[in-house]
Design a protein around this ligand. Structure first.
Ligand code: DX5
Ligand code: ZN
Length: 219
């Protein structure tokens, strides 16, 4: 399945954005059983993005249900206000947006000071080069391949080049992609060098989640 001598591991991080929150424990356990590597938690504040989802208490509840690493994507303004609380809630990796604060470097340092991996995300119109100034302060780059805020949107094709560029400029950090990933777009981002794939609808909205996850991982 991994094919053609390519030993690269692709991590799959299903987004629970479209999960049934009334059955969150079963939903998260199902993802764990179906081969997910991480669980992607989309935190939205109705300010940095137009949508509102959930906060620290829900992350804390998920932490109790599964052993998988929690990949917490903060789509909130001035995330430095909440980093410690998400760390305490059980996040393993905390990703902030480069556009969300004027204290990006301090916020990345704070994430690491809490003993967590630090991620930095950019929206579709933000060039990868803006991350140069934060070199050495993050463990992962998250390339948004849709405008953040909602699941189920179409993949923005120019994200493929941004992934390639991110791997060129920062070969030692993980590159994650989020938005509009399905079997077809997964192939393109894997070819471009992506390490971690976030997928919401392509996993949550199908009955056979094991197959959906395995298919996204195919190299
Ligand atoms: C969008 C979120 C994504 C979203 C992905 O702002 O960050 O994680 O849930 O959903 P799909 O895979 O449906 O585009
Ligand atoms: Zn996300």
């Amino acid at each position: 399945m991994e094919g053609k001598g390519n030993m690269r591991k692709i991590f799959i991080s299903p987004s629970i954005l479209t999960a049934d929150f009334a059955r969150l424990e079963q939903e998260c356990k199902s993802l764990e059983k179906c081969g997910a590597d991480w669980i992607h938690c989309d935190v939205m504040d109705g300010n940095f993005v137009p949508n509102i989802t959930f906060g620290m208490p829900l992350v804390k509840s998920i932490r109790k249900c599964v052993v998988l690493p929690l990949d917490v994507h903060l789509m909130i303004a001035r995330p430095e206000r909440y980093v410690e609380q998400f760390a305490e809630a059980g996040a393993n990796l905390i990703t902030i947006h480069a556009e969300a604060t004027d204290k990006v470097a301090d916020c990345l340092k704070l994430i690491r000071a809490c003993g967590k991996k630090a991620g930095i995300s950019i929206k579709p119109n933000t060039p990868v080069e803006v991350l140069e100034q934060y070199r050495g302060l993050f463990d992962m780059i998250l390339i948004m391949s849709v405008e953040p805020g909602f699941g189920g949107q179409a993949f923005i094709e120019s994200s493929v080049d941004k992934i390639r560029r991110a791997k060129e400029l920062f070969p030692d950090v993980l590159v994650e992609v989020d938005g509009g990933i399905n079997k077809n777009t997964a192939k393109k981002v894997i070819d471009a060098g992506v390490d971690v794939i976030v997928a919401g609808s392509a996993i949550m909205n199908v009955s056979d989640r094991s197959t959906a996850i395995a298919e996204l991982r195919k190299i």
